[in-house]
Design a protein around this ligand. Structure first.
Ligand SMILES: [Zn+2]
Length: 144
């Protein structure tokens, strides 16, 4: 399943093809980058098409440099915020205790800080409705 994802408020120095591709590969498998992202004409968020494995949970955020970078998904209708997977809602979830918060650590743009090892246990489970964005509600016109 290929979805468009956004990386809101991504710092400008990450706006490089190689960096964005590697970030997309943490979310799934990068298919292509938004043309406008490459040209830095729209800096509200980076946008890329990613193929995701529906048997796995979505990645809600990526630890990047020294902060959590949110990951937003465009036009996904049914997402479970208990286990983070696509295709059923939270009410129909059969996952009793999600084993992971879904967070991903990214090692791009510099050495990995030592504190990364403790971040995951210090933060609550990261799935939520904020992960979902509608193209209609956004300010992005997209590729036509
Ligand atoms: Zn679920």
């Amino acid at each position: 399943m290929i979805v468009w994802v956004r990386l809101p408020t991504l710092k400008v120095h990450f706006y490089h093809r190689e960096v964005l591709t590697s970030l997309g590969n943490l979310i799934g498998r990068t298919i292509k980058l938004d043309y406008h992202t490459i040209n830095q004409q729209r800096r509200k968020f980076a946008r890329l098409a990613v193929e995701i494995d529906m048997t796995k949970h979505l990645v809600p955020r990526i630890f990047l440099d020294d902060h959590w970078q949110k990951v937003e998904y465009e036009n996904l209708l049914t997402v479970c915020f208990e286990c983070g997977k696509v295709g059923h809602s939270s009410g129909g979830c059969s996952t009793v205790h999600p084993a992971t918060t879904g967070d991903q650590l990214a090692n791009v743009g510099g050495p990995v800080p030592a504190k990364q090892a403790t971040v995951e246990e210090a933060t609550p489970a990261g799935f939520g409705p904020w992960m979902l964005v509608s193209k209609k509600a956004g300010d992005f016109l997209g590729i036509r």
